[in-house]
Design a protein around this ligand. Structure first.
Ligand code: ZN
Ligand code: MN
Length: 486
């Protein structure tokens, strides 16, 4: 936000986010939904090749997933929805039209909140709609002078989530995109791997500023098919500035009406302006005659009222904040299903969220231990019997040795690696007495309220006790000695 504050203009941004659903089969035929790792055109049939005389049959699971997304965003799920044909000509679209939803989509409205570091709602982005459609195929431009068409992706179920123009900075747009990705992953409806194009977005941007006392609001640029969250931010930074510069230079933007479409060149870091956007009527939308309208409340497995949502990311964040985790740590864990699942499983078994999170973030190799082993190890470290710094670099080896030799106890193994710290009370007591005697200045500092001197004294005692002291216990003994010191 601070970046945009220093700019001479402000942003008005809306995103249209496309996301492929992770169904087994395609949207209107029973071909496998597996565009990756297959031979070109392996997963095709007369329906998804757009041959005449074929009949599309909607995929129930895709409809269910779309409703789930709508529910998670708090959309209204109308009683009645239908499909429409959206016409355009392009070689990756064999029918010459895409089956989409025009005026009666599956989900209307909705919103997604972005939280700040304290878990307070920083902003709320509203949605126009979420609808279900089919993806197009892919063109492969070879250097032989030919372009090849692969229709494995043609007919893959695709949802389009259209935000209202509520976003106000490139950084916020990036975070919104990341949040949507996390949402669809949490719902289990898509892997949303942006590198594979499973999630991509069209970025709509205009800028506002005051020029000689008059408010200027530029026409919109739509940057098509932006395929990383970083590119969302970068393209917005570039296009905002370009719009402003063009206006200041007296360019055609001053008289132009209507949208421009553009592409994003990741390597050059610049937008390529294409052509004037086709207005909606030029798609010649009309109702799909081969698919009857759908009344989802009348289908048991599609009834929105009977669907249950998993815990959504924001609810999870608030729960972890209450457990004492920082938002930075929460973001690290929430983006990683493996560590997240481990955290949950140990919390259920009574471990403290803060302790487990510390291990998962600062000693991620602990994932190779079983829940039981990790719990025991966390206990030993907390009791000061095992040094965290010493053990964390050896976690992979420890896990491997434990699995090779299940008879061996963790404690024995740590002992054999000199990781189990001995503790001899008599040695520690006399070392403490010696150290206090030898460091009168440090004792004075402690009495003057300088807490940090304790670390220095602990170090001195550890040295003197030569391997027979556990730091946590030394600290305790030292505190007592210092407080009773005359
Ligand atoms: Zn097919
Ligand atoms: Mn679309």
């Amino acid at each position: 936000m601070s970046k945009s504050n220093s700019l001479p203009f402000s942003y008005v941004i809306g995103l249209e986010v496309h996301c492929e659903l992770g169904t087994k089969t395609k949207m209107f035929c029973r071909c496998l939904n597996a565009p990756f790792g297959a031979e070109p055109n392996e997963h095709t049939c007369p329906v998804c090749m757009g041959l005449p005389g074929t009949l599309p049959v909607p995929n129930q699971e895709a409809v269910r997933m779309t409703i789930l997304v709508g529910k998670a965003l708090g959309s209204e799920i109308p009683q009645f929805c239908k499909w429409d044909r959206k016409h355009y000509f392009y070689p990756d679209l064999p029918k010459g039209y895409q089956i989409s939803q025009y005026d009666l989509p599956l989900c209307m409205g909705g919103e997604l909140a972005l939280l700040d570091a304290e878990g307070k709602e920083e902003s709320k982005v509203r949605f126009e709609r979420v609808h279900l459609e089919e993806d197009a195929g892919k063109l492969m431009h070879g250097n032989s002078g030919y372009t090849k068409v692969d229709l494995n992706r043609a007919g893959v179920p695709l949802i389009e989530m259209v935000s209202k123009p509520d976003l106000r900075s490139p950084e916020q747009a990036r975070r919104f995109m990341q949040e949507l990705r996390l949402m669809v992953r949490t719902l289990g409806v898509s892997e949303a791997d942006m590198e594979k194009g499973e999630m991509r977005c069209d970025v709509n941007v205009s800028i506002k500023f005051t020029h000689e006392g008059e408010e200027v609001w530029t026409p919109i640029t739509e940057i098509k098919n932006v395929n990383s969250t970083r590119a969302v931010e970068r393209s917005l930074i570039a296009e905002g500035q370009r719009l402003y510069d063009e206006w200041c230079a007296g360019g055609p933007i001053r008289i132009r009406k209507g949208k421009l479409t553009a592409g994003w060149d990741e390597d050059k870091g610049s937008v390529n302006i294409n052509r004037a956007k086709e207005a909606a009527h030029e798609y010649r939308y009309f109702p799909e005659p081969d698919i009857p309208p759908l009344e989802v409340y009348k289908v048991a497995s599609l009834n929105p009222e009977k669907m249950t949502l998993p815990e959504l990311p924001n609810a999870r964040r608030l729960r972890y904040l209450k457990e004492g985790l920082s938002m930075a740590d929460i973001e690290t864990l929430i983006a990683d299903p493996i560590r997240l699942q481990r955290l949950e499983s140990l919390m259920v078994q009574g471990s403290s969220a803060k302790q487990v999170a510390n291990w998962l973030i600062n000693a991620a190799d602990c994932l190779s231990l079983s829940d039981e082993q990790l719990k025991e190890l966390m206990g030993l470290v907390a009791a000061g019997e095992v040094p965290f710094a010493g053990v964390k670099s050896q976690l992979l080896i420890i896990a491997e040795q434990l699995s090779k030799n299940p008879q061996q106890s963790l404690r024995d193994l740590l002992g054999s690696k000199q990781l189990l710290q001995a503790h001899d009370d008599t040695v520690v007591q006399s070392a403490v007495a010696d150290v206090l005697l030898a460091n009168p200045h440090a004792v004075e500092q402690w009495k003057a309220g300088e807490q940090k001197v304790l670390g220095f004294l602990v170090g001195q005692v550890m040295k003197k006790a030569a391997g027979k002291a556990q730091a946590a216990k030394v600290q305790e003994v030292l505190r007592q000695a210092l407080d009773s010191h005359e």
